[in-house]
Each structure stands twice: as C-alpha cells, then as structure tokens.
Ligand binder design. Structure first.
Ligand SMILES: [Zn+2]
Length: 173
C-alpha cells in the first residue's frame, strides 16, 4: 500500500496517529464556562454523564458539546498533520461541531447564539490552520450539510395553488 492510499476514520485505529486525538476530558471547566457559560454544577453533571456507559454523554448536552469540540480539535490536528506529511491528492474532513452545537443549543435563547458562534469559531480556526499548510494552488471546498430556521418558519401548503411554501417566500412546484 502506498503512503497516500490509507484512510482515517473518526474511530481512529491507526496507531501512528492516535497521539493526535484530543480527549474530551482535556477540555476543562474554565474553557466550557468561557464558551458556553456553563456553571460548575452543569460541568460536574456533564463529567458524570461522560463517565456513564456508551451513549451516556449524548443525554447531557454540555457533555455532548464537549465531545464534539474534542472531535473537531482531533480532526484539525489530523488534517493539518496529514497535509504537512502526506500531502494527499484528495482530503475530506467533516467537522460536526456546528451541526451538533446547533441541534443542541439553537432553540436555547440564553446559550444558543454563543454555542453556535463558538462552534463556527472552532471550525474557522481549524480550516485556517489546515489551509495554511496546503499548496496555495489547492482547490478548497467548504460546504454545509444543512441550515437551521426558527421554529416559526414552518412549511405551509398554499391550498389555492397546491404549492408548498416556506414563510420566507420560497415555493416548490
Ligand atoms: Zn443536523
């Protein structure tokens, strides 16, 4: 197998890259307090949830956010390292932190904007670091998987025409 032919998955098992993985436990109270405004009690609850058997952390949104943040930092380190050392012909990385933060906090009037902004800042920094390591002629595509709308931006059917319309004015056939 040539050096450029391997593939890295999120559940990374390639032993020469395990040291690049950022563990959620490395993100402490001070940082989560700054990013999300969590209280000490919420942080302790998140820590307890993260120690529960598989899936426990997904029942606590602070623990879930912290895990996604750690994943983003892992992908950033792996991406930058791979670009520098392997210079792959094609590289694709999925940062789920914006989606995760949006699902967890978008409807939260207190923390929503802050959580989503923190997620975007994290991905912006990750992209900047990786892009700086690329050959300047490299084509970089940044795409999103979906967006979010307010809860009152539902889909309505126009019974006069039978068309499906969003409140923002876009109408389907
Ligand atoms: Zn989603």
């Amino acid at each position: 197998m040539g050096q450029k032919e391997f593939c890295i998955q999120p559940g990374i098992s390639n032993p020469w890259r395990v040291e690049l993985v950022v563990e959620p436990g490395s993100i402490g109270y001070a940082e989560l307090s700054r990013l999300l405004g969590v209280t000490r009690e919420e942080f302790d609850r998140a820590e307890a949830a993260a120690r529960q058997p598989a899936g426990g952390l997904y029942r606590d949104r602070v623990a879930h956010f912290r895990a996604a943040l750690a994943a983003a930092r892992s992908y950033r380190r792996i991406s930058t390292e791979m670009v520098r050392t392997v210079q792959p012909d094609f590289w694709a990385a999925y940062y789920e932190i914006v989606d995760t933060a949006s699902h967890l906090f978008a409807a939260d009037r207190v923390r929503g904007d802050r959580a989503v902004a923190a997620a975007y800042a994290e991905v912006d920094a990750a992209l900047a670091e990786t892009v700086r390591a690329l050959d300047p002629r490299t084509l970089v595509l940044v795409v999103s998987d979906h967006g979010f709308q307010p809860a009152d931006a539902g889909i309505r059917r126009d019974y006069g025409t039978g068309r499906i319309c969003r409140t923002s004015g876009q109408c389907g056939p």
